[in-house]
Design a protein around this ligand. Structure first.
Ligand code: XMP
Length: 523
């Protein structure tokens, strides 16, 4: 398991600790805290109490979760958090855990409460300060609290749930049965702000400028005069990492860019140009396309494709890295969602859907120490950081592109000919999306080549050719995504151009599925 999950670093500024009891809304809680320019970290419930004390959080938020407090393996955190003098906010399961741990009782509710509920405020103090009128809240629970510890007071109720908000003013403990972090609780943001600013006394000082300053100084302190290498993909994450590390260690950083032959049309050349114009950094380019394509011959299983690509990438990268004598560190652009999601790979509650996270992907034989300066940031924060650091617009706004590239967008077997078809299709799609001013608004937009043929008619001739799908999604962080409502006129233009200009394609379809239950990529 990566070291960073178990031993969080001490904070440099005010911070909030979020304990992850498995709620689907955890990242949303983190985003709400950060929107207030306050730093926060999400940690698993088995975090050591000494690590919590070391972090010196201004406040602790216990998240919701799918478990019932009386289940045998329900997640629990060391109860000492209630005796270290730090304000605590429990949300849903987090509230039930707090109340149960402090002597109250929880029972299965007669009626499961899910959706909007009218919240009747009884005491507008603490977290509910300034919320005098009855308001709506979003409920999602099967258990309810039926008895409070003596020193707790009910602050609000709903029609189904008598104990919907509670507090212990003396100890600064607050509990909400509903979810203040979701948009469906209209005054939820105000409630959270009350907790962060009034109850925890946090200063709103966290900004990308202060983040960059701290990160650069931390990197230079840990790397010192040693050499450090970085795998540059041309995406915003690795580019921002390169800039931060370069500012910290200058020419001791060498970046390695591996062309795996699975990039978009002219992408390698374009990236080379922008990268060398924008980043005055040592970059080594390795053209390994043939190696990848050879190993992928006749492979159709998506996970096998990923494994093969991952392995060859490591081999190529390692061979190049070995040429950099005395390198001691490896920088990676790992983001916070990667870390949170990949905890599941280490025994967490969520199932692993695709093996695409780069956390822990370092070959042991390289014996390099990891530097991951973005490991607590979300994507939009990384973009802001890139802007603060002066990164070129084209790199900041580049849509995410998966490591295995077009290989997972060619369903079935990958051949040079199929790669060429997909590249041409994809190129037209992107040009039209950019022309329509939609590129930045979409999280991703791309084409998929299907392993199916369909009958068509061109001139007077019957054709029997490939089908391509267009996928365009909006998203904040790829955890969830919605299919983009692209105007019909634009879809028509894209389809026309593809069928007329790309030999071998006679049908275009548009993917109208959201994530979940679908995923963004098809494989
Ligand atoms: P899914 O398809 O899981 O994708 O909804 C979520 C995000 O991850 C990207 N993705 C990958 N990135 N290697 C990567 O580096 C992969 O194997 C991979 N598979 C999916 C996807 O493009 C989206 O941004």
């Amino acid at each position: 398991m990566p070291d960073l999950i178990r031993h969080p670093e001490p904070k440099a500024e005010d911070m909030i600790l979020i304990i992850d009891f498995g709620s689907q809304y955890n990242q949303l809680i983190a985003r709400r805290v950060r929107e207030n320019r306050i730093y926060c970290q999400i940690e698993p419930p088995d975090i050591d109490i000494s690590d919590i004390i070391n972090l010196k959080p201004e406040g602790i938020i216990l998240s919701g979760g799918p478990s019932s407090i009386y289940e045998k393996n329900s997640p629990k955190i060391d109860k000492h958090i209630f005796s270290i003098g730090i304000p605590v906010l429990g949300i849903c399961y987090g509230m039930q855990f707090m109340i149960y741990s402090l002597g109250g009782t929880v029972e299965r509710a007669a009626k499961r409460e899910y959706g909007f509920a009218k919240l009747y405020i009884k005491k507008s103090i603490g977290i509910l300060e300034g919320i005098e009128q009855n308001t709506w809240c979003w409920m999602s629970h099967g258990d309810s609290i039926n008895k409070l510890p003596e020193d707790f007071i009910v602050a609000a109720s709903t029609d189904n749930t008598e104990i919907a908000a509670v507090y212990n003013e003396n100890k600064q403990f607050y509990g909400l049965q509903f979810h203040p972090e979701v948009e469906h609780t209209p005054l939820g943001k105000k409630m959270l702000r009350n907790f962060l600013l009034n109850i925890c006394g946090c200063k709103r000082s966290w900004s990308m400028k202060s983040f960059a300053k701290t990160a650069i100084s931390e990197i230079s302190q840990s790397v010192k005069d040693d050499k450090i290498i970085l795998g540059l993909s041309g995406g915003v994450d690795s580019s921002v990492t390169a800039m931060l590390v370069h500012k910290a260690v200058g020419k001791n950083l060498t970046c390695i860019f591996v062309d795996n032959g699975l990039l978009r049309k002219n992408e390698a050349e374009k990236l080379k140009k922008t990268l060398s114009r924008n980043l005055d950094i040592n970059i080594r380019y390795v053209n390994a396309g043939n190696k990848f394509l050879k190993a992928l011959t006749k492979i159709t299983d998506p996970e096998k494709k990923r494994k093969i690509i991952g392995k060859i990438f490591m081999d190529v990268f390692e061979a190049e890295a070995k040429k950099i004598k005395d390198a001691k560190f490896l920088a990676q652009g790992t983001l916070y969602p990667d870390i949170i999601e990949s905890r599941s790979a280490f025994g967490g509650p969520t199932a692993v859907i695709k093996s695409h996270h780069n956390v822990g992907g370092l070959p042991k034989s390289m014996k390099l120490k990891l530097v991951e300066p973005l490991k607590y940031l979300f994507k939009d924060e990384v973009r802001k950081l890139g802007k603060t650091l002066g990164l070129h617009q084209d790199l900041i706004w580049r849509q995410p592109f998966p490591g295995p590239g077009l290989s997972i967008r060619i369903i079935g077997e990958i051949t040079k000919q199929r790669l060429t078809i997909l590249r041409e299709v994809d190129d037209i799609l992107l040009a039209e999306i950019k022309e329509a001013g939609l590129y930045r608004k979409l999280w991703q937009s791309f084409a998929i080549l299907l392993p199916l043929k369909s009958v068509g008619i061109m001139g007077d001739q019957r054709t029997y050719e490939n089908i391509v799908a267009i996928r365009a999604v909006t998203s904040k962080d790829a955890m969830t995504a919605d299919w983009a409502r692209i105007p019909y006129t634009l879809l028509a233009k894209i389809s026309n151009r593809i069928i007329n200009e790309v030999v071998g394609v006679n049908r275009v379809v548009y993917d109208i599925s959201s994530k979940p239950p679908s995923t963004i990529e098809w494989e």
